[in-house]
Design a protein around this ligand. Sequence first.
Ligand code: KIV
Ligand code: ZN
Length: 510
Amino acid sequence: MDKVIIFDTTLRDGEQAAGASLNAQEKLEIARQLDRLGVDVIEAGFPASSPGDFEAVRLIAQEVRRPIICALASANTEAVDRAWESSKGAAHPRIHVFLSASDIQLSYQLKKSRDEILSMSREMVAHAKSYLDDVEFSPMDATRAEPAYIYQILEAVIDAGATTVNIPDTVGYITPPEFRDLIKGILTQVPNIRKAVLSVHCHNDLGLAAANSLEAIIAGARQIECTVNGIGERAGNASLEEIVMALKTRQDFFGVTTRINTTQVYRTSRLVSELTGFSIQANKAIIGENAFRHQSGIHQDGVLKKAITYEIMDPRSIGIPSSTLVLSKLSGRHAFKERLAELGYTLSEEALNHAFQGFKDLADKKREITDRDIQSLVAEELRTTTELYHLDHVEVSCGDHSLPTATVRLISPDGQGLADAALGTGPVDAVYEAINRIVGIPNKLTEFTIKSITEGIDAIGEVLIRIESDGITYTGRGAATDIIVASAKAYMNALNRLLAAKRDSSDVKT
Ligand code: KIV
Ligand code: ZN
């Protein structure tokens, strides 16, 4: 049957979501899981935007061998060169060049004529083509551009060697019937269109990203760009799980398939949520907590008699576990490793040993260790692999008749132990003040959330915080059975991301 190519851009457009910065190890874990999920293409980053992005693309290209590894590049020689340098080690590399195409962006942002854009597009595709065969081109903001101009650009870049042409609805503006007409127009008006794969890339500003992508498939597009959990710039991108499950559940209607192993959908979604710090809304289609919960008595009655009465998908088909396996302090390293593999993690020996130690420490405090506990432990492990400052010790004194006081010791990037103490309005504030005295990087705390990740008084507490510096948001997470320690870890995590971004200060996002 006709196959639709699933192009995952969680690690590139998804990471452009405000506050969603991932370190290279976290990106690699997600890329490995995307491989298990069966995506055809992984857009691993925008190498020219920062040294961190460059390094992550290079690492993924080396380690993840089955899918195509795509590197994004703006339409200039240096960006295309960086994209090639970072992705050339991949078994199947791709360079994705983009350039604005709407008159709005041409006149207000780039201050260039249509002719200039046309030749830049052609030249940069030809330049990418000098390195490799697999080249994609996107005329940015295509849905607000004049269709005839888009046809002209597509014809030119296909002539220059583009093997995939992608139509981005960059600002999530178009509606499904209009998008269908645009895709059909391209398929009939661009003379050489059959020499390339036609792709779409929809944003969700009006909540139409999945609908527009599906409409494009009906009209003849055969590559969909999407992200896990729909994360991405502003309101996000088309959500991978919605597209894939719509195509699978309504195969009778769409008549196409994908290569996705849908039983990996749930696991992938949890991993991305855990590592990006973006929780999934309860009523989110396919992967939300309530997506398969039935509240009304009539519905419950129906589902008990025959699930199909109120369920259009089998929760097992997306890999929702029917029961949660529990480990305890009697479980050995082997059982722990097996469980990690089942949950989709591939840790290095060193990280595994460290995580196993964390598991043992936790098992001393907590009778039963669930999958959520393990995921939280591993996320903690991945967070600390690339940190600059490490939290070595935290101690607080507080109560209803004492001044909240905290003492902390951090290990600096050059291995020095740095200790300080501070008072605060409460214990968490005191800890943050003490850390600030050491790290000394101005920022504003904009969000602080604490939740218990499993039930029970001995549960792990997970803290999510967001801090802002120079208008950029950084997310931090920390987990521990002690919520003050979890809060300290979360702050260190956000500060480390902030420091890493400042270090890679050539940051220029799309
Ligand atoms: O939304 C957009 O236009 C993009 C391009 C870089 C493809 O993300
Ligand atoms: Zn985008």
